[in-house]
Write a protein that binds this ligand. Sequence first.
Ligand code: PLP
Length: 375
Amino acid sequence: MIYLDYAATTPLHEEVLEGYYKVLKQYYGNSDSLHEIGRKADRLMKQSRMQVASSLCVKETEIFFTSCASESNNMAIKGYAFANAHKGKHLITTAVEHSSVLETMKQLEEVFGFSITYLPVSEDGVVRLSDLAAAVREDTILVSCMYINNETGAINPIKELAAYVHTHTKAVFHCDCVQALGKYDLPLQDVDMATMSAHKIYGLKGCGLLYKREHLPIIALISAGQQEQHLRGGTSNAPAYTMWAKTIRLALDHQREHYAYVKTLHEMLYKAFSNMEGFVINSPQNGSVYILNVSCEQIGSEIMLNALNARGFAVSAQSTCASKGKPHSYVLAAMGLGELRATHAIRISLSHLTTIAEIEQFLQVIKEIYHEYRT
Ligand code: PLP
């Protein structure tokens, strides 16, 4: 199988697997236990938190370990909204966020009486500052905007958006950085909270992270013990959290070199699809080099995915979290690309592990599928 679905998840790095196995076996203590077996697990987790913080140039007290980025998004947005509802009940996000942000916002609106504004995006899938400026209100307490879109790779001007929010409102800025970590430099100095996930960068599944600026008040969603500064109760998954340090170091140490290589793959794909009969590119040309979204107007997403799968290629249509619903991309629809493109899209996502030969084979096979299904 040729895997071209790295935005959905990545294979585990061998070094992370080896380290994890060792920690799981040897350091099984509860990191809150006071005996030596527990203390060892706690020390490893602390070291990991320190290294993660240092890699991201933030303080260790600003790093919270979670079970996944979906949880981190919930923790940041609901946690902040609940803690600050007395200051206002208006939140702003964008129409193209990951479901873990959109569903959180929906719940805040439907169950907890918050008011939410969903910002539109341009034809390139990017949030415009003018739309944000028009949406902010006296009672806006939080703005959440992703850095890189998981379906199209569109890159938002986070520095500019966050600066506006900080200058003109009393709101805080949260940024979903899942598709950017290890690929693009993160705008952590510009935002108040940011979300990351290990399994997108060759780390463990069930391993997320929230960066939260020190002293920013949030309320715990899992109320229990003292773990994660009392903001996320429950016995810590110390072995998994311990592996965050290695995961992030491996990703950041090779970020530039991986980026330069993947850029060449992206250029190859972009050029090929620009000239390919029957296909139209949905991703902006200046988007993430790790993601390319295209539509084939004659072949629906599901048929195309199945045809590719049958020939040994793994790609996605939309966000993997929505893959079991009807194939309709709300992201492409929000970009105004029309119903046909939104139901006929596929997402190719790349890695430094992808070879040029794999891209060549993919391009050959997709052309064959097109000619087969068209006739
Ligand atoms: N945010 C974005 C942009 C994503 O692409 C994903 C995963 O696809 C998530 C959040 C959720 O990540 P996790 O699988 O760790 O919950």
